[in-house]
Ligand binder design. Structure first.
Ligand SMILES: [Ca+2]
Ligand SMILES: [Ca+2]
Length: 246
């Protein structure tokens, strides 16, 4: 398999930067050394605490492997970020006897059923929202169950400050859209057709074809139900990333 030369630039804090400078890792080399395209750094003679903090500081680091024996430290990349490439099965816990440590959700992210979620403080278009999530190694939220939908609404949207019109306040973009084929609603990141849906009573706008053509992006209202609207609308953003391989 030919893997394109991809450089992974670790964004380190000033403190770490002082010690490591800007470290650029050639992913090709890492693939050879660990047999996985998902590793993002591989360091020697690093303490467990340092290894953990390197992973914690980087939004793209999902978990890390550490060997007390030779103080080797490997950071594992979020698989979510490369959903289009084949996921190589990982057997990290037995990798040269290294122990795997799961990081958990970073500051500002909330955990629910093995996934981390974060709502942005600003509003933007659907396309920008997608980019915003990608920059954090995450994706626009994809809602697969009533439980997830309900949790998202009560956690991020429904609050005492919401104004009266539920369509124009306390709403947020999801990854749902029918940009490719009108009326065929898909999740952007996983590129799958929706199975679970939770539309608002009058939505989507398919009853009014003229409107539906201009409404290709789906947002969630404060009570968890969905609505299609123009992708240019400025909306809050909820990003998601998973810890479980899907
Ligand atoms: Ca989800
Ligand atoms: Ca549409």
């Amino acid at each position: 398999m030919i893997i394109a030369m991809v450089y992974v630039l670790l964004e380190l804090t000033a403190h770490t930067r002082a010690q490591y400078k800007d470290i650029v890792y050639l992913q090709n080399n890492i693939v050879e050394s660990t047999n996985s395209s998902l590793s993002m750094f591989d360091l020697q003679e690093v303490s467990l605490v340092k290894c953990g903090s390197l992973c914690l500081l980087n939004q793209c680091c999902k978990e890390f492997l550490y060997s007390r024996h030779n103080q080797r430290c490997i950071g594992v990349h979020f698989a979510d970020f490369q959903s289009t490439s084949p996921i190589i099965s990982l057997a990290f816990s037995s990798f040269e006897g290294m122990l795997a440590y799961q990081k958990g959700c970073e500051n500002g992210w909330l955990k629910f059923n093995g996934h981390c979620y974060r709502k942005s403080s600003s509003k933007t278009t659907w396309a920008n929202a997608k980019l915003e999530c990608q920059k954090m190694c995450s994706y626009l939220v994809e809602i697969e169950s009533k439980e997830e939908s309900g949790w998202l609404a009560t956690t991020f949207l429904d609050n005492a400050n919401c104004r009266s019109d539920p369509f124009f306040d306390c709403t947020a973009w999801t990854g749902g859209n029918d940009l490719d084929t009108e009326g065929q609603y898909k999740w952007d990141h996983s590129n799958t057709l929706m199975s679970f849906t939770n539309w608002h009573y009058h939505e989507p706008s398919l009853g009014n074809p003229n409107q539906a053509l201009n409404k290709d992006c789906i947002d969630m209202l404060r009570d968890g139900v969905w609505n299609d609207r123009p992708c240019s609308y400025s909306n809050s953003v909820i990003c998601e990333k998973s810890f479980n391989k899907e």
